[in-house]
Design a protein around this ligand. Sequence first.
Ligand code: GLU
Ligand code: ZN
Length: 368
Amino acid sequence: MAQYYTTMNLKSRFAPSPTGYLHLGNARTALFAWLAARSMNGTFILRLEDTDQQRSPDIYEKALLEDLQWFGIDWDEGPDRGGDHGPYRQMERLPLYDAYYAQLQTAGQAYPCYCSADDLAAERAVQRSAGKAPRYGGRCRYLSAEARAAREAAGMRPTLRFHIPDQGTLSVPDLVWGERHYALADLGDFVIRRSDGSPAFFFANAIDDALMGVNLVLRGEDHLTNTPRQILILQALGLPVPDYGHLPLLLGADGQPLSKRHGASSLRDLQHRGYLPAAVLNYLARLGHHYSATGFLDSVALAQGFALTQISRAPSHFDMVQLQHWQHEAVQSLDDAAVWNWLAPHLQDKVPTGREMSFVAAARANIV
Ligand code: GLU
Ligand code: ZN
């Protein structure tokens, strides 16, 4: 497998869409990407993929930064602190993509598509009834310049599609799943720019990684199917392709997607319930990654023990009972003054002044 980084220049990132409070699955993704960077003396970037404007109010950006900070994750480049590869909010990066659309079009690797939603639905219906997998058949691939001009003159606003080679196979290495092979003909020419001018998610995501020098992408398994398209785009543009690793889903103890009914689903839920960040760190770091050390580790030790080869392919199950174990460990790792700072807001003057430390000493073993 291609390795674009050495232990000296690894650059990973977390690229959340700030559309809600940070889900524990995404918190684990952030943690693994951060541990990978910190374990190899690399660089860690925070990039906000905020192009879904209706769902990205500012409160979520603020909450996201606060939650990551509470968790103990820091970043070397990001929206709040800048860096050499900014801007770090995708909405501020939109003009950067124009040159890449143009480069693909000039090279004949992208073309405008004027098909309406109805045209495309009809095409898919025909394919399905013939027992074929639905994909764009390439109707607008070879429109003449006149045909395009006529459509533009009629006010039609095209999407921009990537022109997939008709033959060949793409092999896609993955740090967790191993190598997968895709027949190019099955992918179909996909949209990289929507008719309103906005980039397709995977286009902006791939270009940003390349421009920011990211060479390790760790992200959720739900993005596996985006990867072949992203590699094709980067190869066509002559941009570097990062190494990808897709993390298996984080499920509830019952095997269902993790939600509130499992007790907690966001980092903020855990914070509000009094869990210590060190407890959550120790637990999430072990959900899908094997540590040979079984005891409590501080974040430096968690980074030292982290290895991409130790990421598991099996889905992980989030279990409040396990978290409770790590909470106990985390509390025991605090000194008395730190335990007091953690408890004081909840005790509402119940402990007489001067008696704090003896209270902590007596209560410590029973705290969780
Ligand atoms: N914005 C995407 C998400 O939150 C990022 C995916 C990626 O890390 O590449 O799922
Ligand atoms: Zn078309």
